[in-house]
Write a protein that binds this ligand. Structure first.
Ligand SMILES: CC(C)=CCC/C(C)=C/CC/C(C)=C/CC/C(C)=C/[C@@H]1[C@@H](COP(=O)(O)OP(=O)(O)O)[C@]1(C)CC/C=C(\C)CC/C=C(\C)CCC=C(C)C
Length: 593
């Protein structure tokens, strides 16, 4: 009996497990736990028969003085723990590295060129086939090595066990394996493999486990690292990462195509996941993928705070929020970028017609939105078409358009600017931002059905509305100068009068001590509203609380920056430095401010 192998864990595998857990803990969700647990079970169940065979046939062995004693099917318990901890560590590293990637946009429709819906990535079928043939060849080669019963036996046994699993995973998830950024694929394989190679070098040099002669090539990758050991760790980490990728591929299919899976559960069963993976890529909906790609690009370009926040949501709700953002952004830009206020008015009318058609008469089947799209520029079509209409209340979207209408009432000639007093300001903010908050909450409750009584849900919606107003006040405080250039002053005229300012004087000069005083007054209101509504976030479904905290705290941080002297400005707007934004997001996830 000895503790040598146990010490390998204490020194080398448990410390990274603890560090990775602490790092990922604020982001860990039930779905992540489900994924990791699922893979650990598969890893242990599939490795035990193979490892037991190897030990019984003396391919490798453990001197009795290095293990504590208890065994499972001849495998020391330390070794069984190794399968668990390796799967856990590599999975966590994968989750950390892939968190910011919105994976559904890497799905590809595969159709033959002659298909009536047009060509779409036909070459991917050949990539799949090529990989399958290569893996089949490897299986045949490894079978020959095992049969030969010579120095290639150990290599053959590793490959004959692992490659069939790789073949299955490749066949199901080749799109993600090939298409995702290497931060999601190669890096989570390479980093733990290199680490385990070093650990293995140290362990073998100390004789913790021994590969017997006659069944190995005797080649060392470096001094102390047998080629077979190096291969083993490479292959097992590849299996773990491919397993995670297959899982995520299934989730992406499930949550991206409502036409294939309408309202899938937040924790899908293994059967449902397999069904999603078996859907032929020819049935994926190209318009949906394009809509999501454009939504991600829009969010990335236009809002750093919400882009960062969006990456903390799970794929299901993240998809809906991205599409909502895309619609709101496009609608806001259509109005803001119109050449004249009459064109802007026409655009709002068209958006209203779009909503009328989209909500239409629910009984007469799905509405045909294509005819109305001709009224809009082509680069806005996907944002309009993909809006998750059936999950959102018509009232909120119509109020948002009413808010945009207020913007059109600003003009130098207009002697009655639309925001006269605090009530006007609040109503405006409620329409353009309170509605957005309410829609976000509607989407959350749709993704994570709650047993909360309707009164409770109403209370949360009201708090969300206040939070939206708070964010809009921060937005207005930040943009006083930018808005003045567009002929808009959202500070109430009664407030201006108290400082001997006028609408036109702000248009001429949106700076100075008096303006700072008013900015500060608006920020005070924003923070009061924030304080009065932030507790309601904790009552949201658990999957949404951390990410929503990130969204609102990141945006409120702009307010904190505005209160400091000499803050950084980008394109005329106060901006939160990246490091500070990340710190705020991290603290928000951890539930601190
Ligand atoms: C991660 C996440 C939550 C993403 C989605 C957010 C989303 C759908 C935002 C819509 C943004 C938008 C373009 C709306 C049009 C109207 C508008 C301009 C509103 C202002 C946003 C400003 O963003 P930005 O600075 O990029 O805009 P400009 O460059 O100035 O044009 C707003 C300030 C409103 C944003 C409000 C929210 C996102 C609501 C936040 C509150 C919640 C999510 C609910 C909190 C829940 C409780 C229970 C309190």
């Amino acid at each position: 009996m000895g503790v040598e192998y146990a010490l390998v864990h204490i020194k080398y595998t448990i410390p990274p497990a603890i560090c990775l857990t602490l790092l990922y803990r604020p982001l860990l969700t039930k779905l992540d736990a489900y994924k990791i647990g699922f893979l650990i079970i598969i890893a242990v169940v599939s490795t035990i028969p193979w490892d037991s065979y190897l030990i019984r046939n003396r391919i490798w062995s453990y001197p009795s003085h290095v293990i504590i004693g208890p065994k499972m099917f001849d495998i020391p318990l330390e070794e069984v723990f190794f399968f668990v901890v390796q799967t856990y560590n590599t999975s966590l590293l994968y989750l950390i590295l892939s968190k910011s990637t919105f994976q559904p946009i890497y799905l590809r429709v595969e159709r033959p060129c002659s298909h009536r819906l047009g060509p779409a990535n036909p070459q991917w079928r050949y990539y799949k086939l090529f990989g399958q043939l290569a893996l089949l060849a490897l299986i045949i080669l490894s079978w020959g090595m095992v049969k030969g019963n010579g120095i290639g036996t150990y290599t053959g046994l590793i490959l004959i066990w692992a490659v069939p699993f790789l073949l299955i995973l490749w066949s199901l998830a080749y799109q993600f394996i090939l298409g995702l950024p290497i931060s999601n694929t190669a890096i989570p394989i390479i980093l733990p493999t290199l680490y385990l190679w070093i650990v293995d070098t140290l362990a073998l040099q100390r004789g913790t486990w021994v590969i017997n002669t006659g069944t190995k090539f005797g080649i060392h990758l470096w001094d102390g690292l047998e080629i077979e050991e190096a291969l083993f760790f490479l292959v097992t980490n590849t299996l773990i990462v491919f397993g995670q990728l297959a899982f995520d591929n299934a989730l992406s299919v499930l949550y991206t195509f409502p036409g294939l899976f309408r309202d899938p559960p937040a924790l899908p069963s293994p059967l449902l996941l397999v069904q999603a993976l078996l859907i032929p890529a020819a049935r994926y909906e190209q318009a949906r993928i394009v809509g999501l790609r454009e939504a991600v690009a829009r969010l990335k370009k236009k809002s750093r705070s919400f882009y960062l926040a969006s990456s903390t949501f799970q794929v299901q709700i993240r998809t809906d929020l991205l599409l909502l953002y895309s619609f709101c952004r496009v609608a806001d830009d259509l109005v803001d970028n119109a050449c004249s206020s009459s064109e802007a008015n026409q655009r709002i009318e068209k958006l209203q017609q779009f909503l009328n058609t989209a909500y239409g008469d629910q009984k007469s089947g799905p509405p045909n939105l294509n005819s109305i799209l001709n009224d809009f520029p082509p680069d806005t079509h996907s944002a309009l078409l993909q809006l998750p209409i059936r999950k959102l209340s018509r009232q909120s979207l119509e109020d948002l358009l009413r808010g945009f209408q207020t913007d059109l009432l600003f003009s130098k000639k207009n002697t009655n600017p639309p925001i006269e007093n605090s009530c006007d300001l609040e109503l405006y903010a409620c329409r353009v931002a309170g509605t957005v908050a309410q829609m976000c909450i509607e989407l959350i409750f749709h993704s994570y059905p709650s047993s909360m009584a309707p009164e409770g849900q109403c209370r949360i919606l009201e708090a969300g509305n206040r939070m939206g107003i708070a964010l809009q006040y921060v937005n207005i405080s930040r943009d006083i100068g930018v808005d003045a250039k567009m002929g808009r002053v959202y500070l109430p005229t009664t407030w201006l009068a108290q400082e001997n300012l006028t609408f036109n004087s702000i248009l001429r000069n949106p700076r100075g001590k008096k303006v700072e005083k008013l900015r500060s007054r608006l920020l005070d209101r924003a923070f009061t509203l924030y304080q009065s509504s932030r507790d309601a976030i904790e009552e949201l479904p658990i999957e949404a609380t951390g990410p929503i905290r990130v969204a609102v705290q990141s945006y409120m941080e702009i307010g904190h920056v505005l209160r400091q002297e000499g803050y950084a400005v980008k394109a005329g707007r106060a901006t939160v430095p990246k490091g500070r934004r990340l710190m705020v997001a991290w603290m928000a996830l951890a539930g601190r401010e």
